[in-house]
Design a protein. Structure first.
Length: 454
């Protein structure tokens, strides 16, 4: 994925979707982590999701005190933020160092292709593509309240004032202008459509079409967001329900009833969940999109970063002075990890882990698939090696498979035991022993009673 770190392709998931019963190969997901950035300055730290165990990744330089996090470009391995002195800074995940890109930045946004758009104190726009700045010739007429980058390399700016002009800027000229109302705004992942919620309807600004502005007849809209694919629009209306709108037909597909008045919606990384913020209290209503219903309530304070869904089914929340990870796929959302005293920091979910940890994760997924296959086969096996290093065990199994042998890795029964590389299954002990004589390496036969309990 060469786009913003915190955005991924749309998918299905969440709620009681039966994923726990799928084979391990079907459960495999991209790596998930969360970056912890001290708001008052300091060393960033990386944690693995869902357990919130600390990664081996260590920042080499301190970040300055920050005003806000902008986002990230996974392809360039950069996370951007605006510091307390209005400098646009970037944390390089590979070198683990901090770089200053631009001074006097008042507003900034990151596009779907990873390009950063920064607006300075004079309303001039600078685009940063692959770490190189490109200054736009046209300027914004006024300070924006929302910025959205697009796949075409343009910037969509929504004005702060009511009925002021939204504008789409290219590097050489303004490509579209249109008067839009005030209201909560949201854009598609690609930035090609901006939706604005108003009491009389949802206003759509589509600069790349002939009808630049049109209104959906959806009254009492309070907040609006798109699905990651952009095919659906979720509209919080009448404060107590969410309407699901087909973007192409403008028709209402479903309605999700809420327990009470709400004021904000937040989507997730893969399109499986919605979070609704109640009008009162510190909590989030969790909506399973596939089931089109609320599946629970999580206690949390709302900020510009949390609550957020990291990975496919982990909800990160603030609770007191701590940050918790909750399992959305299980009843009552049990805690899977906790970071003590982390509530005052900024949190950025990433679909990324250091290369070594990604290899370990891939090995663990492959071992889980092997274990499922062994459990299904329930036969006699020939053990050829054991190791406490899952990556090494999987590498050996892969080489044996490449030689045409039915190799697999059995995970340990207990944490202090080794990963076992085996061949099989065989119908009889005699067949297994005959194979062992041809290997040219030590081996011994194991039966179903010797295998780890699944």
């Amino acid at each position: 994925m060469g786009a913003a770190i915190t955005v991924a392709a749309a998918g299905c998931g969440g709620g009681d979707n039966g994923s726990a019963h799928l084979p391990a190969t079907a459960r495999t997901t991209p790596p998930a982590s969360v970056l912890r950035i001290p708001r008052d300055g300091g060393f960033a730290r990386l944690y693995r999701v869902p357990g919130l165990t600390e990664s081996s990744w260590k920042a080499a330089e301190k970040l300055p005190a920050l005003k806000r996090v902008v986002g990230g470009d996974l392809e360039q391995r950069l996370v951007f933020a605006v510091d307390a002195k209005n400098n646009l800074v970037g944390l390089d995940l590979e070198s683990r160092r901090v770089r200053t890109f631009l001074p006097q930045v008042r507003h900034a946004a990151i596009g779907p292709d990873g390009a950063v758009y920064a607006v300075d104190t004079g309303q001039a726009v600078t685009q940063i593509v692959r770490r190189s700045p490109v200054r736009f010739r046209p300027k914004l007429a006024a300070a924006p309240r929302a910025l959205y980058g697009t796949m075409s390399g343009t910037l969509v700016a929504i004005p702060a004032a009511d009925r002021a002009e939204a504008v789409t800027l290219g590097s050489d000229q303004a490509q579209a202008r249109a008067a839009v109302p005030a209201g909560e705004a949201s854009a598609t992942y690609l930035g090609d459509i901006v939706a604005i919620a108003t009491d009389t309807g949802v206003v759509l600004y589509e600069p790349q079409t002939k009808r630049v502005v049109h209104t959906l007849d959806i009254s009492h809209a309070r907040a609006v967001i798109f699905s990651p694919s952009g095919h659906r629009l979720y509209v919080l209306r009448n404060e107590k329900e969410i309407s699901i709108i087909d973007r192409f037909s403008d028709s209402e597909l479903e309605t999700i009833e809420l327990p009470g008045p709400a004021r904000e919606l937040r989507g997730d990384f893969y399109g499986g969940w919605l979070l609704a913020r109640p009008e009162r209290g510190d909590s989030a209503w969790v909506v399973d999109i596939a089931a089109a219903r609320i599946v629970g309530t999580a206690r949390t304070r709302w900020g510009d970063d949390l609550p957020v869904v990291a990975g496919r089914q982990t909800l990160l929340v603030r609770s007191g002075g701590d940050v918790h990870a909750l399992d959305l796929s299980a009843k009552d959302f049990p805690v899977t990890g906790t970071i003590d005293a982390g509530a005052d920091d900024a949190w950025v979910p990433l679909a990324w882990l250091p290369a070594q940890e990604q290899q370990q994760l891939a090995a663990a997924d492959s071992i889980a698939a092997d274990s499922d296959a062994v459990s299904a086969g329930a036969g006699i096996f020939l053990q050829v090696s054991s190791s406490r290093n899952p990556s090494w065990a999987q590498e050996l199994a892969t080489k044996l498979k490449g030689a045409g042998l039915p190799a697999a890795v059995l995970p340990p029964k207990k944490g202090d035991e080794a990963y076992r590389v085996v061949l099989g299954p065989y119908a009889t002990r005699e067949q297994a022993e005959a194979t062992g004589k041809t290997l040219g390496m030590p081996s011994f036969v194991i039966t179903p009673e010797d295998q780890p309990a699944q």
